[in-house]
Design a protein around this ligand. Structure first.
Ligand SMILES: Nc1ncnc2c1ncn2[C@@H]1O[C@H](COP(=O)(O)OP(=O)(O)O)[C@@H](O)[C@H]1O
Ligand SMILES: [Mg+2]
Length: 401
């Protein structure tokens, strides 16, 4: 039986295409016959595999009845691995491809077992537009690729709600093959914390044991249009892809049960887990009051206090979304630490940034009991912000401790 897996993510540039291709090569090494299908009219796979040079025809021509799938499948390195591009080269092609996906015609192309392939890996375009939904509809399962950046944790519940929605509306049999971390920097304390947070919020079996590290070899591989296993410098990470392929291969009997999440699944970690996670159980009312006083006395529009992973602890009248501001604080806080290290000043804790002609963002980073926090506020550019922020920080620290 052919197993059809879509590789998807909400964000672009997280490594879907790189994962699709390298996983395909590793599955082939395990003796499987694998077909890669490019679902991205931007031509992710096509570019990565030089498919355009080899064959400019693809799904679009098959959908138009000008070609058949066998005719557009390009063998990559032997008979057991092939790739099909979208074949979309003009704007008309792209629109046509999306329209066809929207009316469910991709499914008809790949129905049933396909030419003795053990696996078909669909490389989805970014997000959940018509093509991704079309691919979900014809897949047995999907792999969710995540980077461990600030904001990832916050978007996860949206993502899983989306999965429930897709199951309901497009494919009731769709399973989660697994969540895969890519570009992981295992020496980053923040990334390790984010992984831990995510794992504490969801059933462990949702995650692949294997994570793909950040590795410069991917860039060389991309330039040479080769998989990592063909590069000396890529061998270490190619081994991780072998481990991933083994997981994918053995997971076939371990698909997640049919109804994993009910409609009212609570994605927040259980109270106890959160208690263990952080030594601090903040009194949110007190934090909010400190923020509201700061804003009123100091002339700020609004403010958020967040932990270093970008989890908002409290907010007051945030003029942009609370999640957005908290995520921003996490990214800027990280940059601040890095910049401080480079100029050999470890105590660089304030950042002021103009966000338009009138307004600025002010960030203050502070620590308590080995945890780092960010207070971020938005105010008119002429406001003398740091004094008031210092006072508020003292209050926040008091209510956190
Ligand atoms: N683990 C990794 N380490 C370093 N670079 C990576 C890694 N995974 C992917 N990349 C690089 O990141 C860029 C985006 O990857 P890509 O697969 O095109 O993302 P997507 O398909 O999700 O848009 C590419 O240049 C790719 O080579
Ligand atoms: Mg891509």
């Amino acid at each position: 039986m052919t197993r059809k897996i879509t590789i998807a993510s909400q964000k672009g540039g997280v490594g879907k295409t790189a994962i699709t291709i390298n996983l395909a090569y590793s599955l082939r090494r395990l003796g499987k016959k694998v077909l890669i299908v490019d679902g991205d009219s931007q031509g992710g796979v096509a570019t990565a595999c030089r498919l355009k040079i080899l064959n400019s025809k693809g799904l679009v021509q098959v959908l138009r009845g000008e070609e058949n799938l066998e005719g557009v499948a390009v063998p990559l390195d032997g008979d057991d691995l092939a790739a099909i591009g979208t074949g979309a080269s003009t704007p008309e092609d792209i629109v046509y491809f999306e329209e066809q996906a929207a009316v469910g015609r991709l499914g008809a192309l790949f129905s049933g077992d396909f030419d003795n392939y053990d696996f078909i890996l669909y490389d989805a375009p970014v997000g959940i537009g018509v093509v991704t939904r079309g691919l979900f509809a014809i897949s047995d399962s999907f792999i969710q690729v995540l980077n461990c950046r600030a904001g990832t944790v916050i978007t996860l519940s949206r993502l899983l709600n989306l999965y429930i929605w897709i199951r309901k509306n497009f494919n009731p049999d769709l399973k989660i093959e697994g969540i895969l971390f890519n570009m992981l920097n295992s020496s980053s304390v923040i990334e390790s914390k984010i992984v831990k947070q995510l794992k504490s919020r969801l059933p462990a079996r949702l995650f692949f044991d294997t994570a793909i590290p950040f590795d410069d070899a991917f860039e060389v591989a991309a330039i040479k249009a080769l998989p990592l296993e063909k590069l000396q410098a890529g061998h270490r990470t190619a081994r991780d892809f072998m481990a991933l392929a083994v997981e994918v291969e053995t997971r076939k009997h371990q698909f997640i049960g049919d109804v994993m999440f009910g409609d009212d699944y609570d994605f927040a970690p259980p109270e106890e887990a959160r208690g263990e996670e952080s030594a601090l159980a903040p009194n949110r009312d007190e934090l909010k009051e400190a923020l509201s006083e700061m804003c009123e006395n100091g002339g700020f529009y609004g403010a958020v206090v967040a932990d270093e992973m970008g989890f908002p602890l409290a907010d007051y009248s945030s003029p942009i979304g609370v999640d957005a501001l908290a995520t921003c604080s996490s990214l800027l806080g990280e940059a601040l630490v890095k910049a401080g290290t480079i100029i050999e000043m470890s105590e660089v804790n304030n950042l002021v940034m103009d966000i338009n002609q009138e307004d600025k963002l002010v960030l203050h980073r502070f620590s308590l009991l080995d945890e780092n926090y960010m207070l971020v506020a938005i105010c008119p550019r002429e406001v003398e912000a740091l004094g008031e922020i210092g006072l508020a920080t003292a209050r926040i620290i008091k209510s956190l401790s």
